[in-house]
Design a protein around this ligand. Sequence first.
Ligand code: FCB
Length: 448
Amino acid sequence: MPSPSTPRRADFPADFIWGCATSSYQIEGAVTADGRVPSIWDVFAAQPGTIRDGSSGAVACDHYHRWPEDLDLARQLGVNAYRFSIAWPRVFSARGRLNTAGLDFYERLVDGMLARGMRPWATLYHWDLPQFLQEQGGWGARSTATAFAEFADAVSRRLGDRVQHWITHNEPWCTVIHGHYEGIHAPGLRDFRLALQVGHHVLLSHGLALQALRRNVPQARVGLALSLHPLRAATDSAADQAATQRHDGLRNRWFLDPLYGRGYPQDIWQAVGAAAPEVRAGDLDLIAAPTDFLGVNYYFPEVVADAPGQGVLGLRIVEQAGVERTAFGWEVSPDGMVDLLQRLQRDYPTGPIYITENGASFEDRLGPDGRVDDPQRQAYLARHLAALLRARAAGCDVRGFFAWSLLDNFEWAQGYVRRFGLAYVDFQTQQRVLKASGQWYAQFLHGR
Ligand code: FCB
């Protein structure tokens, strides 16, 4: 039963971008096809104990072979845009060695989107660094930033006549913290100083890739996708408030400030002491070159408390009792998204914002009737779309929404345990079944 607050497509502008999102390593499989070389995720997942169910993306959704069916599914949803990522290890098999067969795949895929009336939104880095670059120092090496610009150059030369929207990086925070400090994502390192240097090289590589995209694709619209979080202090004590500021400093401002010309936030720079990254003359200007939009991946808010001696910034995340959560344990908070968007609008000259990811994992079951009933995901989606309307009414310039994800897929360290798809994937048979939430999204998009 639609409630009066259920949003309708007609409540949004006619030119609003409606999409769904995926990423290469999470869906493609076919990790040795057509000259693809290993990525850091192939290597990481092969180490015992890294992935919850011991799996990897070796087969995943076999999207590399099933992409026409998957694009048909996206078309069935009625989206007018499709966000995907381009696997660097398909495109380069060694530094400077282009693999045209890899590019051919993405050309077919992009043509497939265009033929189905969907605009391609290409992400260049969704975490699958070629292992040969890791062996040369990975993101800890400045040369990886220039290698990324060469990758951006090659891809945009080939696809720039068909792809207008480009996202350089997906969620640098995860690369930095999960990958190089907590060690729970590839490449599985635990070194805070290295992590911050990685962050700087990732931002630098964004700036260098931006130059390549501007050169090759005059009509390009370029941005990056950040995972951002609204934060609140556990109590109104001065200590918890200050801890929240510090957490914001690393979680949000560490990336936003340099991108919008403010350099690294000084409070955090000082707090991290000798772990501060090496920044060369000119780097900050490159990083702050104007972009055309900001991609926001929104999942959950965090509550922060002071915790002297804990972690690098002396704080901890407090698990609030009694709040609504997804199967992942992430708090469900559509209002948090409104707060976040208002904060961005107030504090940064972001230009148009697109929600480049939003979604939820729940315990989905394929019923004996062949249906997947997921009322919680449907409600999650509807409530976040309603929140977008509130943000727009409050003056936030949000111009699009991409649901994460089209398909259940390889959810990184969680393997296949966590399902985020609008379509269920039976990983034994590779059968796809549009979930009730996917049917709801399709109805929403086909409505007025
Ligand atoms: C984001 C990632 C995406 C997916 C979702 C659930 O952090 O960008 O690949 O894993 O979370």
